[in-house]
Write a protein that binds this ligand. Structure first.
Ligand SMILES: [Fe+2]
Ligand SMILES: [Fe+2]
Length: 257
């Protein structure tokens, strides 16, 4: 780890510590655990594909080799998560109700290159972003391996993957210093700002979704009932069955009845 990223590491570590009870709750349900592992498999595979693309784009031979190794690691992680998720699902009875809440914004997996457009990034900014992302993933996987201690097989998957994440975290910062010896600190701060902005957008989207659901519930239970009552009362005043047209309507040229 470099000096420039130690505050980030401390902040992440502190945040994971604060979130520990929530992680414990999120991972306590075995069905949710299995679903999350399968989701993590997708994000790891996605990150692997991005890195394979980055290896095609870079003109630096050493980085190309490292990106390819990194991509292979992420593909292996995807397979490990997938296998463990499926094994866990097979060992469980069918869930009583359809539970879809996975608290993904509270307990995400490795985000890799996330929404970054690999084509638009230069080596230094890509390495800075990757370093922060791998560092955050290492912090999270450490927390997850602790809270799933009651499920030793899942814990071992996290611990095995964690060793690779530590390598990813270290090689990205070492290479960043090599390709940007003068401004690697600036690159890290810019990448940090970009991650913060994306985090803000993720949380805002989740909050907006929750607020939208609350507003719809309020409309349904508070605004609609008075109209339903008025409609019922109006219907009660209407005569049932066939009604003779009123005298005014009978001779009207504007009515077809
Ligand atoms: Fe990974
Ligand atoms: Fe990784």
């Amino acid at each position: 780890m470099g000096q420039g990223d130690s505050p980030q590491k401390k902040a992440n570590g502190g945040m994971e510590w604060v979130l520990r009870p929530l992680h414990r709750w999120v991972w306590s349900d075995p069905h949710r655990r299995a679903q999350k592992l399968l989701l993590f498999a997708e994000t790891e595979a996605d990150g692997g594909r991005d890195l394979a693309r980055a290896s095609e784009l870079t003109e630096d031979g050493l980085l190309r080799r490292l990106y390819i190794r990194h991509a292979l690691d992420e593909a292996r992680h995807a397979e490990m998560f997938r296998q463990r998720g499926r094994a866990l699902l097979r060992s469980l009875p069918a869930p009583a109700g359809a539970s879809t809440f996975q608290a993904n914004w509270l307990a995400p997996g490795e985000r890799g290159l996330d929404d970054l457009r690999v084509e638009r990034e230069r080596d230094a900014s890509l390495l800075a972003f990757l370093h922060l992302s791998e560092s955050a993933a290492a912090q999270r996987f450490t927390a997850y391996s602790d809270v799933v201690s009651g499920d030793p097989e899942t814990r071992d998957v996290f611990r095995t993957i964690l060793r690779d994440e530590a390598f990813h975290m270290n090689y990205t910062v070492a290479q960043l210093k090599r390709v940007a010896p003068r401004n690697h600190g600036t690159k890290l701060w810019l990448a940090r700002g970009s991650r913060l902005w994306k985090g803000y957008l993720r949380i805002s989207t989740a909050v907006a979704g929750a607020m939208g659901a609350v507003m719809l519930l309020v409309q349904y239970f508070v605004l609609l009932p008075p109209f339903a009552l008025l409609a019922k009362r109006g219907a009660r005043n209407e005569p049932e069955g066939w009604a003779k047209p009123s005298r005014n309507e009978r001779g009207s040229l504007t009515s077809q009845y």
